[in-house]
Ligand binder design. Structure first.
Ligand SMILES: CC(C)(COP(=O)(O)OP(=O)(O)OC[C@H]1O[C@@H](n2cnc3c(N)ncnc32)[C@H](O)[C@@H]1OP(=O)(O)O)[C@@H](O)C(=O)NCCC(=O)NCCS
Length: 213
């Protein structure tokens, strides 16, 4: 990564990314945050920009942004920030952990972040600004949309497609050949076996059985 990078945010997701960027010896120019970092020790060596205007000093062709805003169901902040900076002419770095396995026959769009322990197999494409979080597995030939969050420990089987703004909750599983429409939330631990319509929330089964006397 030869361009200088500026990290947006200083919360939990940003701290994981900063740790990764340090490990990769990236040229970190600083981070943008109104608030003091949640992990002050980690951020203490880096310059804090308290407003967006302060990064205008950098030539947009020489700097890449890293979207450190995490993604939780029902909150569009990460998506909004990506769009805002793209409109201003900035580019986003695509980040892959040195401890992830990504097939050379997979395609990652701008701003995708692949965290430690993730596995992305051949024939997969992942849309812009999506997160493939810690330990997630995306099997062969899946097409993952823009602004998706594949949370820690998710397993997506082969030939699955997802449209924009899909949240795959922590530890959820999706069987092969399923199509997931836009703006869907898959609850943590859910197992998806059929296509999912847009704007759906998929809750996991919760089976409670009374003790037999
Ligand atoms: C599916 C989800 C969006 C539901 O949110 P919600 O509609 O606001 O549901 P609530 O939090 O009001 O919970 C309603 C009930 O369902 C239960 N519940 C919610 N999600 C559940 C889940 N995934 N598994 C089991 N039970 C769940 C709650 O414990 C609660 O139970 P109660 O009525 O007995 O108290 C959310 O719980 C979820 O799974 N989010 C994904 C989190 C995630 O992936 N985080 C990743 C961060 S990196």
């Amino acid at each position: 990564m030869s361009d200088g990078v500026v990290l947006i945010g200083a919360g939990g997701h940003a701290s994981v990314l900063l740790d990764l960027l340090i490990e990769q010896r990236a040229n970190i120019l600083g981070y943008i945050s109104i608030d003091i970092a949640s992990n002050e020790q980690l951020f203490s060596d880096f310059r804090r920009f308290k407003s967006d205007e302060q990064i205008n000093q950098f030539d947009r062709s020489m700097v890449k942004l890293v979207n450190g805003v995490g993604s939780i169901p029902g909150n569009t902040l990460r998506h909004d920030i990506y769009n805002r900076y793209k409109e201003l002419g900035y580019r986003f770095a695509t980040i892959v952990s040195q401890n992830a396995i990504v097939s050379k026959y997979a395609q990652l769009a701008e701003g995708v972040q692949v965290m430690h322990g993730a596995i992305i197999q051949a024939g997969v494409s992942v849309g812009c600004n999506s997160i493939v979080n810690t330990g997630a597995i995306i099997e062969h030939d899946c097409t993952i949309g823009n602004n998706n969050h594949i949370a820690p420990g998710v397993t997506i089987s082969g030939n699955v497609t997802s449209q924009s703004n899909v949240h795959f909750g922590t530890g959820s599983s999706v069987i092969q050949l399923v199509d997931i429409d836009e703006n869907v939330i898959i609850g943590a631990g859910a197992t998806i076996t059929k296509n999912v319509e847009k704007n759906s929330i998929c809750y996991p089964a919760r089976i409670f059985k009374q003790a037999i006397e």
